[in-house]
Design a protein around this ligand. Structure first.
Ligand code: TXA
Ligand code: MG
Length: 348
């Protein structure tokens, strides 16, 4: 497409009724069929989609995000059959998990079929597959008649986007189109499970609880340790690199409500973003220089608002963010994972 070498004009189409839905899907599908890049909502976060079978189109995703070429992409289809065509084997574990959780926030890693270009899989022998549930995502894939390679629609190492304005803030001028389907309901990325070898492994905790996957498989998932997630050839899931999901400003995790830490930072003359849980004592929080976003005590609504809160504090221009750490129980695993990464980023 012409004009790609210069900063391009990013068209943002808001979906608010049947007619705008139909127009957005139609225009989005056309851009995809011409090899362009379109951001669209899924039930987890916004995705940055391109034709998964076209290596040049996929290369544009990497360029737009500034994503390193060693980090492979998830391919999205609307049906189990569509996904099966993209992998070389379909083990019983995949069949059972697809039956139980697709469409939905589960990504399965399987041996890739020859038709999948190696740029999608970062040169590796496996491909990550997901059948999303969101109406806009499904309609776009259907209308384009293509499997869509789609990472989260953010600049590499930054926070994923859960609203179209988050996408525009990071990718305006770098992609052809954004379909604005409102806020994504889940707010956290899909759960990634590796089924390419005998022992199923949890590569990334996510919106689908790992315990639900284990219940269907009737066995525990092997966990990938952080130490093994280094940027080298042995990386099991490069997206699990520590420096990921990072806001632009330093993040601190507090084991108490964080008030003391907030006071210390304020005393240094910095502006603070504070994310306490709603169960904590909140009266004293009105001091100048504090931007407060109160977070839910429950993991599902907490996840739904986590990235939104971090984007909000970034936009407010705070210098540092203090987050009250939620409970360390299993239901919080994915949230804890993202919080740890957000906080780890400024140590590196
Ligand atoms: O919810 C989601 O999963 C969103 C929406 C758009 O579907 N997508 C998403 O994509 O989060 P991305 O690229 O930000 O994260 C994909 C993760 C990364 O951790 C990547 O390393 C891993 O999946 N991954 C992709 N292909 C893989 C493969 N063949 N083997 C192991 N890990 C893979
Ligand atoms: Mg991502």
């Amino acid at each position: 497409m012409e004009g790609r070498r210069r900063a391009m004009k990013t068209v943002c189409l808001r979906i608010h009724d049947e007619a705008s839905f139909a127009e957005a899907i139609d225009r989005g599908a056309k851009v995809l069929r011409e090899g362009g890049v379109v951001a669209f909502p899924t039930e987890t976060v916004y995705g940055l989609g391109a034709n998964a079978l076209d290596a040049e189109a996929v290369a544009r995703i990497f360029t737009a995000k500034g994503r390193p070429s060693y980090n492979p992409l998830i391919v999205h289809t609307t049906s189990i059959e569509g996904a099966r065509r993209l992998c070389a084997t379909w083990p019983d574990t995949a069949a059972r998990l697809a039956e139980a959780f697709w469409p939905g926030p589960l990504t399965m890693v399987l041996p890739k079929a020859d038709c999948v270009p190696s740029i999608v899989t970062a040169g590796g022998p496996t491909v990550a597959l997901r059948v999303p549930r969101h109406t806009v995502a499904r309609a776009l894939i259907e209308a384009s008649r293509l499997p869509l390679a789609a990472p989260s629609a953010n600049l590499s190492t930054r926070i994923s986007a859960v609203r179209a304005d988050h996408v525009m803030r990071m990718l305006d001028g770098r992609i052809e189109m954004v379909l604005d389907g409102g806020q994504t309901p889940g707010g956290l990325e899909s759960t990634v499970v590796d089924l390419s070898s005998d022992a199923p492994r949890l590569l990334r905790p996510g919106l689908l609880d790992a315990a639900a996957i284990e219940a269907v498989l009737g066995r525990k998932l092997a966990q990938v340790s952080e130490e093994s997630s280094r940027p080298d050839a042995a990386v099991p899931s490069p997206g699990m690199l520590k420096k990921h999901y990072a806001p632009l400003v330093p993040v601190h995790l507090a084991i108490d409500d964080g008030m003391e830490m907030v006071r210390r930072i304020l005393a240094q003359g910095s502006r603070v973003g504070w994310m306490p849980l709603e169960s904590s004592h909140l009266e004293a929080a009105t001091s100048l220089g504090v931007e407060r976003v109160v977070m839910s005590n429950e993991p599902i609504p907490y996840a739904a608002h986590l990235y939104e809160a971090l984007h909000e504090l970034e936009v407010q221009g705070v210098d540092q963010i203090v987050i009250q750490r939620p409970p360390m129980t299993g239901a919080w695993q994915a949230v804890q994972d993202r919080l740890r990464r957000a906080a780890a980023a400024d140590e590196e």
